[in-house]
Design a protein around this ligand. Structure first.
Ligand SMILES: Nc1ncnc2c1ncn2[C@@H]1O[C@H](COP(=O)(O)OP(=O)(O)OP(=O)(O)O)[C@@H](O)[C@H]1O
Ligand SMILES: [Mg+2]
Length: 250
């Protein structure tokens, strides 16, 4: 579903992506792990078309999205959805307007249809009767769930979650984890979960890639990760079990 070849991206003199190679199967749940600052969010923003690479190709369902025109870009954007690291809800819109935002802009639906789809999407994430509330009235965990409802409202083929459990207590994180699994099953969606928290991604992913130094240094089945002999992977795996990720450069 997603194929990335030789992807490079620099900001000024900082090389963030240095030849990323990545393959994500249709209908799988794939996690991308790596230390804070290694470029995970930057990679996701390339997949959704918010950033353009300096070099390389990104195929979504067989179509190379690098350098395509605005019209094709819009078609691709309606196939892929992203739950941003900070939820990124619009503060000036209520929950209903936030969740229905893309539907209202890009779908020829009437108000009643949009309202119904918004309600359905909120129910899917376990939220009821909060349509008229504003983001500032919600807890961090609720905001995350509203952001997920917004991402699934137009029923994309692919959903990208950027640090979905960050900043949420362990029970709240488990609620989000079960949601990711349930939505994947219910909507037959391809899910990409980006996180530096290996314990949480292990609960949802089938396959895992690890990013380091602007490249993918491991890609494989979740259960094979702990069998990997690469010292850099081993350090990340054991480090994440013991607590915070080591600040030492690997
Ligand atoms: N728009 C931008 N302009 C300049 N530098 C950027 C931009 N976006 C990201 N960077 C830099 O790219 C690097 C990778 O950032 P990114 O947000 O992808 O990290 P991350 O792996 O998602 O980290 P975290 O786990 O903390 O979310 C950082 O050094 C960051 O400062
Ligand atoms: Mg990030």
């Amino acid at each position: 579903m997603i194929e990335i070849h030789n992807l490079y991206k620099k900001f000024g003199s900082q090389e963030v992506l240095r030849g990323v190679e990545l393959n994500i199967e249709r209908s799988s749940t794939h996690a991308i792990i790596g230390r804070s600052g290694c470029g995970k969010s930057v990679l996701l923003k390339h997949i959704i078309g918010l950033l353009q690479p300096d070099r390389g190709d990104i195929f979504i369902g067989g179509v190379n999205i690098v350098g395509i025109g605005e019209k094709e870009k819009k078609d691709i954007r309606l196939k892929i959805s992203m739950v941003f690291q900070e939820s990124a809800l619009f503060d000036f819109l209520n929950v209903e307007e936030n969740v229905g935002f893309v539907l209202q802009r890009y779908f020829p639906w009437d108000r009643k249809e949009i309202k119904e789809r918004v309600r359905e999407s909120l129910e899917m994430v376990g939220l009821y009767h909060i349509e008229k509330k504003y983001p500032k009235e919600l807890s961090g965990g609720m905001k995350k769930r509203v952001a997920i409802a917004r991402a699934i409202a137009f029923r994309p083929r692919v959903i990208l979650y950027d640090e979905p459990t960050a900043g949420i207590d362990p029970i709240g994180a488990d609620v989000i984890n079960s949601l990711i699994v349930r939505l994947h099953d219910q909507l037959a969606i391809t899910s990409v979960v980006v996180s530096h928290d290996l314990e949480n991604v292990r609960k949802v992913a089938d396959t895992i890639s690890m990013m380091l130094g602007g490249r993918i240094i491991y890609s494989g089945r979740k259960d094979d990760l702990s069998l990997c002999h690469d010292e850099r992977v081993k350090q990340f795996v054991s480090g994440s079990r013991q607590g915070p990720i080591s600040a030492q450069e690997v």
